[in-house]
Design a protein around this ligand. Structure first.
Ligand code: SF4
Length: 323
């Protein structure tokens, strides 16, 4: 099944048809085997994900969206849509290590049993969904009990999300843009708003209302066990865009989802010359967004406090924990 999907790959909305089995690369630049850049405890997610013990984050190499301002660009580095890459490009060109489904399942189990992670946090696994679904299934057969969090750009196909039904407990999608021209400019994906809306509808259908429980060993903390948290990263100069997104999310889903408003945008080298994206978000911009969310009645939400827009929050992609 997985092999069939890899020889004419259409598992993400790019549908670029790359024959990954023959060594070709699509927009995501991913080979047929899973590449993992880092697997370690991570403290920088929402408190209901990280808790005190930390989230067991598995960062996958490659990305099908490839935002121009990506803070993880070293491991994402998507290719130009429409240009698949020739056979012969080696997996060494993406940072990280290639792992089998069995090894990926073992990584999940090690994060649970040795690192005592609160959950398995799959960061940008979109282009490896079939293999990841197999690995979760295998890990569950071998004792994986903690929730599985699917942490995604939101640019997903419903058919791929259905492969994860019953395996993923918490969906953690971004909702980055609602205006196609902005999605095109920043991610070369004018269809992002449509795909993200469809994907979110499917995620809420699968998981329903959020469910919380105490953190093991820190019972005063609450962790999300099931449900959907939607993130919006406020872009500098784009408060109105984020307001439209928050309104859409609130009017469509109300309290069935949590909304996480993020201010940690970090200008990277690639956007140094962009008139808006080359700076951080101001305190005033973020306050305007948070005030708006409160005014329209958002109750289930997370906001960020203090200085979070620092490159030091970006982990090292050195293959830590991948073995
Ligand atoms: S997952 Fe990668 S190869 Fe497959 S359709 Fe998407 S971009 Fe193309």
């Amino acid at each position: 099944m997985t092999e069939e999907l890899m020889n004419n790959c259409r598992i993400c909305p790019r549908e670029c048809g790359a024959d990954r089995l023959s060594g070709n690369r699509g927009v995501c630049r991913a080979p047929a085997e899973v590449m993992v850049a880092r697997a370690a405890l991570h403290a920088w997610e929402e408190p209901v994900i990280s808790g005190k013990n930390g989230s067991g984050a598995v960062f996958f190499s490659g990305c099908s969206l490839g935002c121009i301002y990506c803070q993880n660009y070293e491991i994402s580095a998507a290719a130009e849509p429409g240009r698949t890459q020739r056979a012969g490009m080696q997996s060494a060109e993406l940072p990280g290590k290639a792992v089998s489904v069995r090894q990926l399942a073992d990584i999940f189990l090690r994060l649970q049993d040795t690192e005592k992670a609160n959950n398995i946090n799959l960061v940008t696994a979109t282009h490896y969904v079939p293999q990841t679904a197999e690995a979760i299934r295998l890990a569950k057969e071998n004792g994986l009990r903690i929730p599985v969090v699917y942490n995604t750009s939101g640019y997903e196909k419903v058919s791929s999300l259905r492969m994860l039904e019953g395996l993923v407990d918490v969906y953690l999608p971004d909702f980055k843009y609602i205006t196609p021209s902005l999605a095109q400019k920043c991610s070369r994906a004018s269809d992002y708003p449509d795909r993200a809306e469809e994907a979110l509808r499917e995620m809420v259908r699968q998981r329903g209302e959020p469910v919380f429980g105490p953190e093991p060993g820190n019972e005063e903390n609450r962790l999300i066990l099931s449900g959907v948290i939607v993130r919006n990263l406020l872009l500098p100069g784009h408060v109105e865009e984020s307001k439209k997104i928050v309104r859409y999310l609130h009017e469509t889903y109300g309290n069935r989802i949590y909304i996480s408003l993020m201010n940690q945008y970090t200008p990277m080298e690639a956007v140094r010359d962009d008139p808006l994206l080359s700076r951080k978000v101001t305190k005033r911009e973020y306050e305007r967004l948070v005030t708006y969310a409160l005014e329209i009645g958002v109750e289930n939400g997370f906001i960020q406090e203090g200085e979070t827009a620092e490159e030091s929050f970006i982990p090292a992609w050195n293959g830590e924990g991948v073995r």
